[in-house]
Design a protein around this ligand. Structure first.
Ligand code: DGY
Length: 327
């Protein structure tokens, strides 16, 4: 009998084909995310779970899945998975690092450009049919080239953003818990600075930290107040890294000039105070959403599951110690 997998998404054809060779796969194929009780019911007899960042893999779920050996999230961020809870049960948790860095960095840059150059406002205006024709002072935004970009979190995605900024002759500052190697700083022309200095000197701030207790509300009323007047904030990391109410207040007070957000504190909800603002660009958590990248992410999750059942160590295990304990 083939091992049983519950996949909370229909995935993409190449990942399905790969999985179905060795597993009996039960897919959640509806557009809306599975209700919690349905998820708990469907995982009960499964050997493996492939899930999205919208599904919480915690004690409650793991208690209901006594046969589970692996929980593979199709995302690089894994704040949806209680990794220690998995480890306690000798369940491997995996994620999908590496394959989405450039796609996400492209999108962070797209947001940066969209908010600075007022692309969304321009598009909305054109669709009303009321554009009277060219004029000198229409939708003047802020320049990007030659400005200072502050990158908070200088991991793979932050560095990919720095690489793009070089094409715009930007000065690059970064802050991170750990300083990058001198070669990386040299190649990316990036200067390591304190968070306070980054906030004070950057015209654009792009956030690329994981969601951890210490990064929750990292951007709050105090840090927003330290930002350079007229700066822009871009967030493609995790919504709770930014205190949305504080951001709305800073925008209202015009201490900063704009924000572009792909992620939100309580997805799928967006703070109403942000929705009506023209100085905010909002997108529905799509920074990694290219067909190529999302397919690679699904393949990676499938390969992690396959590796485990073939007796190999999943390449993207978050808790390889659970594997050692299980053997
Ligand atoms: C992730 O992978 O963590 C993103 O938020 C979705 O690509």
């Amino acid at each position: 009998m083939k091992p049983k997998v519950f996949s909370t998404h229909g995935l993409f054809p190449p990942a399905r084909t790969l999985l179905e060779k060795s597993f009996d796969v039960d897919y959640w194929s509806r557009e809306e995310r599975p209700p919690r009780d349905e998820l708990l019911r469907r995982v009960a007899d499964k050997d493996a779970l492939i899930c999205l960042l919208t599904e919480k893999v915690n004690d409650e779920l793991l208690d209901r899945a006594p046969k589970l050996r692996i929980a593979a999230t199709v995302s690089v961020g894994y704040d949806n998975i209680d990794v220690p809870a998995c480890t306690r049960r000798k369940i491997i948790a995996t994620h999908t690092p590496g394959v989405l860095d450039d796609t996400t960095a492209d999108f962070a840059f797209a947001l940066l450009m969209a908010v600075a150059r007022r692309v969304v406002e321009g598009d909305a205006w054109m669709r009303t049919g009321t554009w009277p024709g060219w004029n000198l002072d229409q939708l003047c935004g802020g320049d990007i080239w030659g400005k200072t970009l502050g990158i908070i979190g200088f991991g793979r995605i932050g560095r990919a953003v720095a690489k793009r900024a070089q094409g715009f002759d930007m000065r690059i500052l970064y802050s991170d818990a750990r300083r990058a190697a001198p070669e990386a700083e040299r190649d990316l022309h990036a200067e390591f600075v304190s968070l306070d200095r980054l906030l004070a000197e950057s015209d654009f701030i792009s956030v690329h930290v994981p969601l951890l207790p210490e990064t929750r509300h990292l951007i709050n009323a105090q840090t927003l107040a330290k930002m350079k007047p007229g700066a822009y904030l871009i967030n493609t990391s995790r919504g709770p890294v930014v205190d949305e109410a504080a951001l709305a207040a800073a925008l209202e007070a015009k201490t900063i000039r704009g924000a572009a957000l792909d992620v939100f504190e309580s997805e799928p909800k967006v703070l109403p105070a942000l929705v009506g603002r023209k100085d905010v660009v909002l997108t529905p958590h799509i920074a990694s959403a290219s067909v190529e990248t999302r397919t690679k992410m699904a393949m990676m999750a499938a390969e992690n599951v396959i590796a485990l059942f073939e007796g190999r160590r999943p390449a993207n295990a978050l808790n390889p110690e659970a594997l050692a304990a299980a053997t």
